[in-house]
Design a protein around this ligand. Structure first.
Ligand code: ADP
Ligand code: MG
Length: 810
């Protein structure tokens, strides 16, 4: 199976008393045939006409009995068909050369029966030898005449009259002829009578329909299907063997035929030349398109030529000298056929019904196993069937209660239920996301950061400054943090050491004119790529902020750290990063910011000097060029006036001499300036690196500070500090914020990074969750809880469930 194989090509010579011994010679191994033509003297003295040919084949059958022919040609292919390989045996040759004799044989003489009846015999004999398999045999007999399809078995009483003409249909299983009757035969005798029926019809048609049987192609097909009787295997094999008696290959057009004969001839010539084209294409490794659909013959044989089947060709030739022309052309066809390679493969199929039955059996068995397992481990009867709507709704409600904190834990029942719990987490989460977004949309107008028109409109109103992304750098190299800084606005005192928390809590508590955050001062918060613009007027905005503070105020968590006690409660919504950044630069980041600014100013100074030097260099360069031009002019003058020479020395006038001196001086200046520029560039590069480092450091520190101050829940920070060297700020904010993206990878990473203490921390977070029932923060918390649950599930599954209910570690 799977190995490439050449098409087998044999030649059978029709017995004759007038065999052309001088012209036709066989090789010693009986596998080659040499043809020698006598020179045609009529063509003159110079005669380049080819006179010798040699054909290599798989065997020459000369004076061979029908028995031997079958053994040599068909036996293996038929035997393999029973193992699941498709096979095709074809007879090719001019009319009268013995195709029908080889394929069908003399029907009246048992001894002279051909390949067809012998193949049927072999099939039934082999079936008898295989009691382990239930093998069914079907046959069909198709005739193609003048590109029309005829069913040679349609005359049988049980075959209904066909209403529509037969058509060739391609489906994934292969080629199938719609309308062709296929007959189930359970024994040899039935098969023979079908064969005789077909043969008789062929002969009758030649009289009644005026068909010449040698002008039609006949395809007798034996279909087999083998199911194992012993194995309850759903696999079964199918195969078919095509026995093809082709129309005479002689070129009829030459004989000057007309009318019906000409029409027949054209069709035959066409279909045989299409067969030849298909065969050439099959034999050409570089061609991937084979023109099968050009004729009915090639189309009907599409899955039986080349491909995965065993192919055998018998070329029938005359032994007489008079037929040598046609003999040569038949042998050419045979040698072309030999170039085709096929890759025979078993046609294995699956019995869907049997497969379902087997799977059902296995499922029932596994359910029994589970029941036994459950009863052994004292589990009450667990249902493993798929969940219905009511059960899913119950899980959804459990998840919601869990998120609200009214349910402590969700009991694990089975894998299906765990999967559904997660599924419902996703459902609830996406609902909450939508709620948050629509709540934000009710309060703010969301503007896309890339929508420049909208941004400039907002700038005109004065809600955003011109650049929209200032962070206070002199040359406008921003950190891309957002919008106008809080502290640089008029009326703000950036020097006072106030934490951002102070600012926000004070803005929350104080109202009206005394508030340091007037409506105008309030910064445009940036959320991801979208900017939030308050949609209400200044006064409304204040009200809204105040209301938000009230509704979202949370109880300060009691902490054992004295430092924490001093901390004012956090704002419900973190300040925009721009605002916070300004604050940070005055607070924890002041030192690094100072260094950063210093480096930056050195860098700017060097850059300025470099640009001045460059300008000078350019000026010098220009002067050099001008001096060069002037010198050239002097030289050309001198040449025109005639040169003076004194003992081999050139005599030049004073003007030219001065110009030369000037040029020398300019070149010196140029070199000096250039050297300075090079030094400056090196310095600039170095300073730039320092500035970059400082910027990076500043941003990093800011991230840490921002996370600690606003993003990571304080209790988590405490948890992280306990017995761990991890500082809360070391958990990159992206890991926390990005959780909303439903990203399983980040999620599992989060488990490892943020919950290093495992189960002990779960109850801890659960306790926190209960005290914290705010609407807006719930997305992040949902993920926190999901993380806890996953951890718990993982640990339970691996059997490490001790300590799950332990109290919080102090
Ligand atoms: P084809 O089908 O190629 O037109 P046939 O098979 O009808 O040719 O043969 C033409 C005649 O030659 C038939 O009468 C057939 O019995 C006879 N014939 C052909 N080949 C042989 C053979 N090998 N031995 C005996 N008779 C043959
Ligand atoms: Mg024939």
């Amino acid at each position: 199976m799977g190995t490439r194989k050449k098409v087998q090509a044999f030649v059978r010579v029709r017995p004759t008393d007038d065999f052309a011994h001088e012209m036709i010679k066989y090789g010693e191994d009986n596998k080659s045939i040499d043809i020698h033509l006598k020179k045609d003297t009529r063509r003159g003295v110079v005669n380049n006409q080819q006179t010798d040919w040699s054909f290599k084949l798989d065997g020459v059958l000369h004076n061979a009995s029908q028995d031997l022919v079958y053994e040599t040609v068909a036996k293996d292919a038929v035997s393999q068909a029973l193992d699941g390989y498709n096979g095709t045996i074809m007879c090719y040759g001019q009319t009268g050369a013995g195709k029908t004799y080889t394929m069908t044989g003399a029907t009246e003489n048992y001894k002279h029966r051909g390949i067809l009846p012998r193949a049927l015999q072999q099939v039934f004999r082999m079936i008898e030898e295989r009691p382990t398999h239930a093998i069914t045999v079907r046959v069909s007999y198709l005739e193609i005449y003048n590109e029309n399809l005829f069913d040679l078995l349609s005359t049988l009483p049980y075959v209904g009259p066909s209403v529509t003409p037969m058509t060739i249909v391609e489906n994934p299983q292969g080629i199938f002829i719609k309308g062709l009757s296929v007959h189930l035969t359970s024994q040899e005798e039935d098969a023979f009578s079908l064969l005789f029926e077909g043969e008789t019809n062929r002969i009758i048609a030649s009289h009644t329909m005026n068909k010449n049987s040698s002008r039609s192609h006949c395809i007798f097909t034996i279909y087999m299907e083998a199911h194992s009787r012993t194995l309850s295997d759903e696999k079964y094999i199918t195969s078919k063997i095509n026995l093809v008696d082709l129309a005479g290959s002689e070129r009829l057009s030459k004989t000057g035929s007309e009318g019906r004969v000409l029409k027949e001839a054209t069709y035959i010539n066409k279909s045989l030349s299409f067969l030849e084209q298909a065969i050439i294409a099959l034999g050409d490794q570089n061609r991937d398109h084979v023109p099968f659909r050009q004729s009915k013959l090639t189309h009907a044989l599409k899955d039986s030529l080349g491909g995965n089947c065993n192919m055998v060709l018998v070329t029938n030739i005359y032994g007489e000298a008079a037929q040598l022309d046609e003999t040569l052309s038949s042998l050419r066809f045979a040698s072309r056929m030999k170039l085709v390679t096929t890759e025979p493969a078993i046609n294995e199929k699956y019995d869907a019904e049997r497969m379902v039955k087997n799977l059902e059996k296995e499922l029932a068995l596994l359910k029994q196993e589970l029941a036994i397992h459950d009863s052994l481990s004292n589990r009450t009867l667990v249902n493993y069937d798929p969940m219905d709507e009511i059960q899913i709704a119950e899980i959804n409600s459990q998840v919601r209660r869990y998120l609200e904190g009214t349910l402590d834990e969700i009991d694990i029942i089975n894998l299906r239920q765990i999967q559904e719990v997660f599924n419902q987490f996703r459902v609830v989460l996406s609902q909450q996301e939508q709620e948050v977004e629509s709540a934000l949309r009710r309060k703010y107008t969301l503007i896309d950061k890339n929508d420049f028109a909208a941004i400039s409109a907002v700038q005109k109103v004065g809600l955003m400054d011109i650049e929209g992304n200032l962070v206070g750098e002199p040359d406008g190299q921003s950190f891309g943090l957002g919008v106008a800084p809080f502290s640089v606005k008029p009326g703000k005192k950036p020097k006072t050491k106030k934490t951002p928390k102070d600012q926000f809590s004070s803005s929350a508590r104080k109202e009206g004119a005394s508030s340091p955050v007037s409506g105008k001062d309030f910064d445009v918060a940036s959320i991801s790529k979208t900017q939030l613009i308050p949609s209400s007027k200044d006064g409304d905005l204040k009200d809204m902020l105040a209301r938000e503070r009230e509704t979202s105020s949370i109880e300060p968590l009691i902490s054992d750290s004295p430092k924490e006690e001093l901390r004012a409660p956090r704002p419900s919504t973190p300040p925009s990063r721009t605002v916070a950044f300004e604050e940070f630069k005055n607070e924890r980041g002041s030192e690094i910011n100072r260094i950063f600014k210093e480096n930056k100013s050195i860098l700017n100074e060097r850059k300025k000097r470099a640009s001045e030097t460059t300008q000078r260099i350019n000026a010098i360069k220009q002067e050099i060029d001008e001096t060069k031009d002037a010198l050239n002019f002097q030289k050309s003058l001198r040449e025109k006036q005639g040169e003076y020479e004194n003992k081999g020395l050139m005599i030049i006038d004073e003007e030219e001499f001065l110009l030369i001196l000037k040029l020398k001086d300019l070149k010196k200046q140029y070199r000096n300036e250039y050297q300075e520029l090079r030094d400056l560039r090196a310095e600039i590069q170095y300073c730039q690196r320092l500035v970059d480092q400082c910027r990076h450091r500043l941003l990093m520190e800011f991230d840490i500070w921002y996370n600690e101050s606003f993003m990571i829940p304080e209790d988590v920070q405490v948890a992280l500090k306990l017995g761990s060297s991890i500082r809360p700020g070391m958990v990159p904010i992206s890991r926390i914020v990005c959780l909303g993206e439903d990203d399983q990878d980040r999620f599992s990473h989060l488990q490892q990074t943020v919950l290093p203490e495992g189960l002990d921390s779960i109850t801890f977070y659960n306790a926190k969750v209960k005290t914290d029932q705010k609407a807006y923060g719930s997305i992040r918390r949902a993920w926190w809880r999901a993380a806890c649950i996953i951890n718990a599930l993982n640990l339970r599954r691996t059997g490490v469930d001790q300590g799950y209910d332990k109290p919080i570690r102090p």
